[in-house]
Design a protein around this ligand. Structure first.
Ligand code: C2O
Length: 497
């Protein structure tokens, strides 16, 4: 691939997505951030320049490339205090890696505290110029991205649960109850053409039920893995998840509501909240008058199967893996609300996990913060089971860095599938009494975060780190600029952080 270095400048700017102006943290000055568009096999060389100045929010940053495996480059995973120290204000850092073999729909976001809630989130698409699917589905246009994101009217810094969103946005536009009739996002289609739409949940908190009046959606990708085509009329999408679907513009020339119903907050469509517009070319420039046409055909995760069959590793029964990890979710409330996984709340250590390992710490029990690391040996099958909201909260969407995984048991289903389950990187663990189970093979050395992608939950400790193949990690070659991150960050006056 190409070796072109591009710059991604992180800035503070006042923006109004919904008629309410606030200061935000933005990648490239927009929300969502500048789309990063690549071809399969391309190398990514992005110089992230931290130009943040607003003292009401964090001024440091780090950027995670969500869904990219970082094979051999865990230092570029962007996870503050796990794989790096944050980039200090007025500093810059070059992320330089190749998403080997990966193609599909991804995204990027700040991985420092709850900074992405303040705006630092954008699409990352890896196109496959030789994609057989394009011909298979006769797709005319694959350029449409639909980013779903909650939006807040005040900075997230220091927020503790509950930190509730105000506005549900689609491609950076939205309306809130009682707010002005701000413009909505309009997606224009040409009658008769077939589109690949890429749906990304950049949510900090809610999940969304997404649908388009008068149209079905043929799902063909989940979290960067092509799936067998599945026709649905709605998609429930959790924080961090992505889908591609084929939409055929085969209805009469008109305007159609695009709906994105959050699981809490204002779930109505009064005054255009939770909406965007699908507009056929030559349709009038006006709001749709369509009715919700979803009925009996929602996306059910157990109906999703990889397009290319891949054998599930391990033995075909629950627990039939080399290492079995059961994680229980708990909550403690004194003196402040903290989430616990197996009785431990994750607190960011002062030295990132990767730095601790490179400095000679080999045993998970010696890594700090203690109790938050799980040692995973190389080339083994790992099975992880996470219950639904045993805390009474949830549903919690858990994301694993460094891998995707086989969802051998989805929330909402009693059945295990060891034959052809969906492969993805964010799993919904469901409601109390439910659970979800996934498997993967430890073929990628690194300290990998596993956490709830509700950012407010991560902030209060709903995370662990898988210390995978620490022997190999201890030999990872890191750039000098990476070694300079912690000294520079630590030299900052704390109120600049
Ligand atoms: Cu999309 Cu740990 O993050």
């Amino acid at each position: 691939g190409s070796g072109r270095v591009t710059t991604l400048q992180i800035v503070n700017k006042n923006i109004s997505l919904d008629g309410f102006s606030r200061s935000a943290v933005l990648a490239g000055g927009t929300f969502p951030g500048t789309p990063i568009l690549l071809n399969k096999g391309d190398r990514i060389s992005i110089n992230v320049v931290d130009s943040l100045t607003d003292p009401t929010m964090l001024r440091s940053t780090s950027i995670h490339w969500h869904g990219v495996f970082q094979d051999g480059t865990s230092w570029a995973d962007g996870t503050s205090f796990v794989t790096q120290c944050p980039i200090a204000a007025n500093d810059s850092f070059l992320y330089d890696f190749t998403p080997t073999g990966q193609a599909g729909t991804f995204w990027y976001h700040s991985h420092l505290s709850t900074q992405y809630c303040d705006g630092l989130r954008g699409p990352l698409i890896i196109y496959d110029p030789n994609d057989p699917l394009k011909h298979f589905y006769d797709i005319d246009d694959a350029s449409t991205i639909i980013s779903l994101a909650d939006w807040f009217h005040s900075p997230a810094r220091g927020a503790s649960i509950p930190y509730l969103y105000t506005t549900n946005t689609i491609n950076g536009k939205g309306r809130f109850a009682g707010g002005p009739a701000s413009p909505l996002s309009v997606i224009t289609v040409v009658p008769g053409l077939r589109y690949r739409f890429r749906l990304i949940s950049m949510s900090c908190e809610p999940n969304f039920v997404f649908s388009i009046d008068g149209h079905t959606m043929t799902v063909i990708e989940a979290d960067g893995v092509s799936t067998q085509p599945l026709v649905v009329d709605s998609i429930q999408i959790y924080a961090g998840q992505r889908y591609s679907f084929v939409l055929t513009a085969n209805q009469k020339i008109s305007n159609y509501w695009i709906r994105s119903v959050p699981n809490f907050g204002d779930t109505s469509f009064t005054g255009g909240v939770n909406s965007a517009i699908l507009r056929y070319l030559a349709a009038p420039n006006s709001d749709p008058t369509t009715k919700n046409t979803t009925s009996a055909n929602p996306l059910v995760e157990t109906n999703l199967h990889p397009l290319v069959p891949v054998a599930v590793p391990g033995l075909p029964h629950p627990g039939g893996a080399d290492v079995v990890i059961n994680l229980n979710i708990g909550v403690s409330v004194n003196p402040v609300v903290r989430y616990l996984l197996n009785n431990v709340s994750f607190y960011p250590p002062s030295a990132p996990a990767l730095l601790q390992i490179l400095s000679g710490t080999q045993l998970a029990q010696n890594l700090l913060p203690s109790g938050s690391y799980y040692s995973l040996p190389p080339n083994k099958v790992i099975e992880v089971s996470i219950p639904g909201g045993s805390d009474g909260g949830g549903p919690h969407p858990f994301h694993l860095h460094g891998h995707n995984f086989f969802v051998v048991k989805s929330a909402g289903s009693d059945k295990f599938n060891f034959k052809d389950p969906v492969i993805r990187d964010v799993i919904n663990t469901g409601f109390p009494g439910d659970n979800a189970t996934f498997r993967f093979v430890t073929d990628n050395a690194g300290p990998w975060f596993l956490h709830c992608h509700i950012d407010i939950h991560l902030e209060v400790g709903l995370a662990v780190v898988f210390a995978e193949d620490v022997q190999t990690v201890s030999k990872e070659v890191v750039p000098n600029a990476w070694k300079n991150l912690c000294p520079r960050y630590n030299a900052l006056n704390p109120n600049q952080l």
